[in-house]
Design a protein around this ligand. Structure first.
Ligand SMILES: NC(=O)c1ccc[n+]([C@@H]2O[C@H](COP(=O)([O-])OP(=O)(O)OC[C@H]3O[C@@H](n4cnc5c(N)ncnc54)[C@H](OP(=O)(O)O)[C@@H]3O)[C@@H](O)[C@H]2O)c1
Length: 299
């Protein structure tokens, strides 16, 4: 299939593109820096700067991952605007491409995040759980609403509400590993907040699963079946590294350092992948210990 991918140069996008190329798909990539992107993508990938640049090359499928990083720096008003608009505008351009194409893509797989649910304390969260209304929910809601507009052009829309993606070379582990290796890692706040996690390999497999399964649409929680609390995550990582996890970061210090963004670190949702499991998706990494052990051995 001819698959258009946004955010292809990112932490999830790069291994996804390699997987799609290995499966024989033709890749069309949107990147703000086409020249820099080339080295990160498989040979033969067609790279252009805007979604609309592909109007003459109608894709048969679209995977939408692009967006300004959320977990970096303080959420100033300007940063919040970029977080929302980078996602909504890229997705709107995809919907416009679907509307304008002689034959619309068959499917749009669009990223969202566990943030859709906002802070949920320790209750179990499935795709049916009502969200807590806060900024992270607003980002995801506007992103998903835009993506679902493609349905009116007969495009199947599947949305992946992504948990914390784990691997070396990016994501939250890239930020966490150094302090833990130095023996100065620790839980964040009281450590009771849930962290739905997923091995990057399973994340790539989920995106391909949603692309290929013609019968699947709507939201899918994309995280492993056994979410853990921050305290459990901290302990598991310390155990894998044979280091102590003795230096908790007090909530007040995180609030001072990161402002409103500290909510990403101090709140969470016990998200369960109910619809993926009902659809028969089999996770390769169900237990955090197994995921961390594989990642740390490979890295
Ligand atoms: N990684 C996680 O743990 C996680 C968890 C939940 C949700 N997600 C979501 O899943 C998506 C992919 O995640 P990722 O970790 O692969 O992200 P990433 O590494 O930050 O890559 C995202 C890509 O989006 C493009 N991008 C960045 N800022 C942009 C902007 N202001 N406007 C337009 N495009 C921009 C970049 O591509 P170019 O520079 O080539 O244009 C970048 O390679 C993201 O939208 C993220 O929010 C990720």
């Amino acid at each position: 299939m001819r698959v258009l991918i946004t955010g292809a140069t990112g932490f999830i996008g790069q291994p996804l593109c390699r997987r799609l190329a290995d499966k024989g798909h033709e890749l069309l990539v949107v990147s703000r820096s086409p020249e820099k992107a080339r080295a990160k993508l498989p040979d033969g990938t067609e790279i252009r700067a805007e979604v609309s640049d592909f109007v003459d090359t109608a894709p048969e499928a679209v995977i939408n991952l692009a967006g300004e990083p959320i977990a970096e720096g303080r959420w100033t008003d300007e940063k919040k605007r970029r977080i929302v608009e980078s996602r909504v505008e890229t997705t709107r351009a995809i919907v416009e491409l679907c509307a304008g194409a002689e034959s619309a893509p068959k499917v749009l797989v669009s990223a969202s995040a566990m943030g859709y649910y906002g802070d949920q304390g320790d209750r179990e969260v499935t795709e049916d759980t009502a969200p807590n209304h806060e900024f992270v929910h607003e980002i995801c809601d506007r992103w998903e609403t835009e993506a679902r507009k493609a349905e009116s052009h007969d495009v199947r829309v599947a949305i992946a509400r992504i948990g914390l993606v784990l691997d070396t070379g990016g994501g939250m582990l890239a930020k966490t590993l150094t302090p833990f290796k130095m023996g100065v890692g620790g839980r964040l706040g009281d450590g009771k907040q849930y962290m739905p996690w997923i091995h990057r390999e399973d994340m790539v497999r989920i995106l391909v699963f949603l692309l290929e399964r013609d019968d699947l649409s709507g939201p899918f929680n994309a995280s492993a079946p056994n979410p853990v609390t921050n305290a459990e995550f901290t302990q598991a990582l310390a155990n894998q590294l044979n280091r102590p996890a003795v230096l908790p970061a007090p909530a007040i210090a995180l609030k001072i350092a990161f402002g409103e963004m500290s909510r990403l670190l101090l709140t969470g949702a016990k998200m369960l992948p109910e619809r993926l499991e009902d659809a028969g998706f089999e996770f390769r990494y169900c237990r955090l210990e197994d995921a961390l052990s594989e990642i740390l051995a490979a890295g």
